[in-house]
Design a protein around this ligand. Structure first.
Ligand SMILES: Nc1ncnc2c1ncn2[C@@H]1O[C@H](COP(=O)(O)OP(=O)(O)OP(=O)(O)O)[C@@H](O)[C@H]1O
Ligand SMILES: Cc1ncc(CO)c(N)n1
Length: 283
């Protein structure tokens, strides 16, 4: 047996299993990589929303990162919910020590999660500045949604042209690449995710499915990109692979509970065919 590529998610737990590190781990598995975790927070969460958050001590978060990377080794890492300025500072320090991000050679995807899809806060307001100064400059790629764009830049994006302005403004905070996700561009009949490297834009356009079950879509996209990076893909190819993965995962989304269900990589598993809408797998 050979050891597969390894990835790390530094993220919070979603007890409902739709988003957070649960979404990341199942995406890693479906992408054929071994996923590891540094847990930042335990949320009390279901399909209706978040009713509690218990954060993990920052030094325990940092210790998980160091423990995993120094023994198991990872070829790419990502962040999800980081919750507080103190956890962000601890993550930045740990990443520098083990070579994650631009200080080292392990690609680092920063998904700057600020709220759940129900609008429940997952980040202290005081931590916005920590993202801008401590994580964006260390990131290979940042993947904000349009609500996060507004929080970090003050820009209100309602058109594809404004998506470009937002990418430029975020690039000034120091990441190597910016992916401005267009899932929340409600008037757009398609979903355009816009990649920018400081000089060139690359557009990734996919269908917009008429479903309310999109819990975990941002996490699933960032994890599938991270998996492709761990396998050695360059950033453009990794985002292309991630976009293809999320399109099929939104197509395969299913209801759970009384609220919003998850996007899902079940479409990768032959045994799951009976749960999928007929015709939901293409290619
Ligand atoms: N209805 C949809 N149909 C197809 N793709 C979608 C849909 N909604 C979102 N996506 C895609 O899912 C990914 C995540 O996008 P989005 O902008 O919703 O991020 P997010 O808000 O971080 O996600 P989350 O729902 O996890 O908070 C993007 O690739 C986006 O294009
Ligand atoms: C723990 C956690 N991380 C991320 C998100 C955003 O999808 C969520 N709802 N919960």
């Amino acid at each position: 047996m050979r050891t597969p590529p390894r990835t790390l998610t530094i993220a919070g737990s979603d007890s409902g299993g739709c988003a957070g590190l649960q979404a990341d781990l199942r995406t890693f598995f479906a992408c054929g990589v071994h996923g590891t975790t540094a847990v930042t927070a335990v949320t009390v969460q279901n399909s209706l929303g978040v009713t509690g958050v218990h954060t993990i001590p920052p030094e325990v978060v940092a210790a998980q990162v160091e423990s995993v990377v120094t023994d198991i080794g990872v070829q790419a890492a990502k962040t999800g919910m980081l919750a507080t300025a103190e956890i962000i500072a601890a993550v930045a320090g740990a990443c520098d020590r083990v070579g994650i991000g631009r200080a080292g050679d392990i690609p680092f995807v920063v998904d700057p999660v600020a709220a759940s899809m129900h609008g429940d806060p997952l980040l202290h307001e005081a931590a916005l500045d920590s993202y801008r100064t401590e994580l964006f400059p260390r990131a290979t790629l940042i993947t904000p949604n349009l609500d996060e764009v507004r929080l970090f830049t003050g820009l209100d994006v309602t058109t594809r042209a404004q998506q470009r302005d937002a990418a430029k403004a975020l690039f000034d905070h120091g990441p190597q690449w910016v992916l401005v996700k267009g899932g929340h561009l409600w008037g757009d009949p398609e979903c355009l995710d816009l990649l920018y490297d400081g000089s060139e834009f690359t557009e990734f356009v996919g269908p917009r499915f008429d479903t309310e079950h999109t819990h975990g879509s941002g996490d699933t996209l960032a994890s599938s990109i991270t998996s492709a990076l761990a396998k050695g893909a360059d950033v453009v190819s990794a985002v292309r692979a991630g976009k293809a993965f999320i399109v099929e995962s939104v197509r395969g989304a299913y209801p759970v509970g009384a609220g919003v269900g998850p996007v899902s990589p079940l479409w990768r598993l032959p045994d799951a065919a009976e749960f999928l809408t007929p015709g939901s797998i293409t290619g």
